[in-house]
Design a protein around this ligand. Structure first.
Ligand code: IMP
Length: 440
């Protein structure tokens, strides 16, 4: 059985949650490797709807083990909230959910810092999810951050006090923290100890747990959050998240060696969306953009913010393909395009009279880039629930084939609606076997 990474290839919200939920019965373990409760998806389970932000949706499949890897920033408060929701619905998590003892603890202080910095940036705000993600990663890189194992440390209060000495003046300069506990070492240490007691049984040296599982021949699905263009190193900096959202992050964020990872499944939405600030070359600020937002229900699951919408951008997608080495794609939300008379796909960026085929690093070039479009006729027919390639309207097949040709990657899963059943699976493609071991 292969070990695979599932990653977003745009700016997040590509529909990873549905695809992971669909493929995870073929795997023994589902592991998150980056991000925190800035990610989010709603999962249906019987009568219940869960908003899972930290815990992989694999938790709803009883046979699957779930891990929060060392590369994550974990808010114990948010995690306990999710565990409470699962307990209420009688989902058994004991013995199935493991948290890396090396994962970074996200504290209320990080939330206060995130909010204060965004306020101070004014018009240049990144448009973060206000969950403290950036400041938590910053504490880790600055080597002040607490790891989950530290929740039970004897010198917790002194460590927090030393860190607050550094952070408090910054917060004060930005208008202070609304929550007084966020800057009180004693209060924070008390909460940490309480969290440590409740989460202690789930903490593990997950690197060696993965090693054991791999030796036993168990298969792992690494579940990415956000998307390639929000990756700290490769994304549209500084309008990015603070973690490694590309396939490489799966190795550093779990401690599983890259040589043990076999393939990557990239999730690509049939059009593009983005939440928060930053460049977006194919953005549509007209009625077509509004149509995509309404029809695609493009509102954030974590913050409720309306998402910016636009045409599919193959310049960005080719870049994401290179970063992730994608072996197969899940093309999602094709049905949202069903009623459009004409579709466009961006194949190049025009900057200062020159057409670029590569995604530029320079902020000014990205901001100035004008999309070069290729136009496609719409199919104006219902694709929702179509389960075989031959039954797809011909213009829809042409649209998908063009994407495959341009990215030199097969579309293995074609999602045409939110439900599991609304997925066309191309079992005949070799990439399907490479990604699932043929076990679906
Ligand atoms: P942060 O991750 O909260 O620091 O936010 C940084 C940027 O990443 C902002 O533009 C957010 O809107 C974006 N972002 C973070 N998480 C997600 C996500 O799960 N989906 C889409 N955008 C996200």
């Amino acid at each position: 059985m292969p070990n695979i990474v599932v990653v977003g290839t745009q700016w997040g919200d590509e529909g990873k949650g549905k695809v992971v939920d669909l493929v995870c019965p073929a795997f023994d373990v589902v592991a998150r490797f980056q991000g925190g409760h800035n990610a989010g998806h709603t999962v249906r389970f019987g009568e219940h709807h869960f908003s899972l932000r930290l815990i992989p949706s694999g938790i709803l499949h009883q046979e699957v083990q779930c891990v929060l890897g060392n590369g994550m920033v974990v808010s114990p408060e948010a995690l306990l909230g999710e565990l409470g929701e699962l307990a209420q619905a009688e989902v058994e998590t004991r013995g199935r959910l493991w948290i890396s003892d090396r994962a970074t603890v996200l504290l209320p202080t990080h939330v206060a810092l995130d909010q204060a910095r965004e306020r101070a940036r004014g018009a240049a705000a990144i448009g973060t999810t206000s969950r403290g993600i950036g400041p938590a990663y910053e504490s880790k890189a600055a080597r002040y951050g607490l790891r989950m194992v530290d929740l039970a440390a004897d010198d917790l209060e002194e460590r927090l006090a030393a860190w607050l000495e550094v952070v408090r003046p910054q917060l004060d300069a930005l208008g202070g923290a609304a929550d007084p506990e966020a800057v009180d070492a004693g209060a924070l240490a008390g909460r940490c100890r309480e969290w440590g007691e409740r989460l202690g049984p789930m903490l593990r040296g997950t690197e060696m747990l993965f090693d054991t599982w791999l030796r036993e021949g168990r298969s792992i699905l690494f579940e990415g959050a956000q998307g390639a263009l929000l990756d700290l190193d490769h994304g549209t900096f500084p309008y990015v998240t603070s973690s490694s959202a590309t396939a490489g992050g799966a190795a550093t964020g779990t401690g599983v060696a890259p040589t043990r990872i076999d393939a990557t499944l990239g999730i690509l939405k049939a059009y593009t969306t983005r939440v928060g600030g930053g460049p977006f070359t194919t953005e549509l600020e007209d009625e077509t953009g509004e149509f995509l937002r309404k029809r695609g229900n493009e509102f954030g699951t974590v913050t409720g913010r309306p998402r910016r919408c636009g045409w599919l951008d193959l310049v960005a997608a080719r870049y994401a393909q290179a970063l992730n080495g994608t072996d197969g794609l899940a093309l999602t939300k094709l049905d949202v395009l069903d009623d459009l008379p004409e579709l466009r796909v961006c194949t190049g960026y025009r900057v200062a009279g020159e057409v670029l085929a590569e995604f530029p690093a320079d902020r000014a070039a990205l901001a100035a880039a004008e999309p070069v479009y290729r136009s496609f006729p719409g199919w104006r027919a219902k694709t929702a629930g179509v389960l075989s390639w031959d039954e797809l309207p011909v213009p829809a097949r042409d649209y998908v084939s063009f994407i495959e040709d341009q990215l030199e990657t097969p579309v293995v899963f074609l999602s045409t609606g939110p439900r599991r059943e609304e997925t066309l699976i191309r079992r005949d493609l070799p990439a399907f076997t490479a990604l699932t071991g043929g076990r679906l």
